[in-house]
Design a protein around this ligand. Structure first.
Ligand SMILES: C[S@@+](CC[C@H](N)C(=O)[O-])C[C@H]1O[C@@H](n2cnc3c(N)ncnc32)[C@H](O)[C@@H]1O
Length: 305
């Protein structure tokens, strides 16, 4: 395989077609090989929206013995994640010879410190692929958020995961709004972090999210709320089920009010992904778009202060 600007994109389970469509949409990427959820592509380095993990600018080397492979990796970096690809036994013998490090335990109100790491895997018993350019320093690119029985819905995992990923979250002095909040997973997370949570849905919140002193619930169509009626906000969250174009209009409305510092919204798709509209979201300055482990047929858009 050509080593020049070769990347490996790992699709989340069930979202292989979305990733494949994205690679096709990006005209400067050429798909050279697909093996189930693994997509090898050549082209300029770029951050895609759909992959679970991205290994950019892969290089390969030949080696004879396990100790030679260990020595090689050690000479090129300190922390290495093995991507489970082929030759599991041989791979684990190599990994055992590399410095051990703990993947951080995810805690809601603590900033997780990422450490610089690379990823490697074996193609055959004498060929090792490696790179120091990876999208996330987590095994297979997955940030696992444990379940919590107290949460009104599993959607809470999206927020906890996104906060780890962006390295930022509301703090005790923050004023935030949660649009499309029922049954209340996001509001439940936000109530534990922020000072004040305005929570909006046409359907009432579940008890576990309602019973926080700092939560004010407004039973209303979120598209009919005027930014000026709410006032300055540190964060706007939206998990509303709606067409991406409708969400984009809402975002523009709040953005142009100048009242909101940070945005975090789920862009949901019915059927085919609208890649053109994703471009429009991404063109908003300071934007990022990614597919969380907890995301379904949807992407997370963030725009940070
Ligand atoms: C995926 S659910 C949100 C889950 C929520 N984030 C949680 O953590 O539990 C989407 C919500 O959007 C709400 N929704 C849809 N259209 C809305 C609108 N126009 N105004 C307010 N809420 C709306 C629905 O009632 C639904 O509760």
């Amino acid at each position: 395989m050509n080593q020049k600007e070769l990347h490996l994109f790992v699709a989340s389970q069930s979202y292989e077609n979305d990733l494949k469509a994205e690679i096709r949409f990006r005209r400067n990427l050429e798909l050279v090989k697909q093996e189930e959820n693994l997509f090898w592509a050549i082209g300029p380095k770029q951050k895609l929206w759909w992959p679970q993990w991205q290994l950019w600018n892969l290089q390969s080397t030949k080696f004879e013995s396990i100790s030679q492979a260990i020595k090689f990796l050690r000479s090129r970096g300190k922390l290495w994640l093995n991507f489970d690809y082929k030759l599991h036994r041989r791979s684990s013998l190599i990994q055992e010879g590399l410095p051990k490090w703990k993947i951080p335990v995810i805690k809601r109100d603590e900033k997780t410190l990422f450490r610089d790491s690379g990823a490697w895997f074996l193609e055959d018993s004498n060929t090792l692929w490696y790179t120091n350019q990876i999208s996330l320093p987590f095994k297979d690119g997955i940030i696992n958020i444990p379940e919590d029985k107290m949460a009104p819905s599993r959607a809470f995992q999206k927020l906890d995961e996104a906060f780890v990923r962006i390295g930022k979250r509301p703090i005790k002095t923050s004023r935030v709004i949660d649009l499309g909040s029922h049954p209340g997973g996001w509001t439940w997370v936000l109530a534990q972090l922020a000072g004040k949570v305005v929570s909006v849905d046409t359907v009432a919140l579940d008890e576990n999210a309602r019973n926080f002193k700092n939560v004010e619930f407004i039973k209303k169509d979120a598209f009919k709320i005027a930014p000026n009626d709410i006032g300055p906000l540190d964060w706007l969250f939206s998990d509303i089920i709606c067409e991406p174009a409708k969400l984009l209009d809402l975002v523009h409305q709040w953005k142009s009010s100048g009242l909101v510092k940070n945005f975090l919204c789920t862009i949901k798709f019915k059927g085919k992904v609208d890649f053109e509209i994703l471009n429009q979201f991404e063109q908003i300055p300071n934007s990022d778009i990614f597919h969380l482990n907890a995301n379904k047929h949807e992407l997370t858009w963030v725009c940070l202060d």
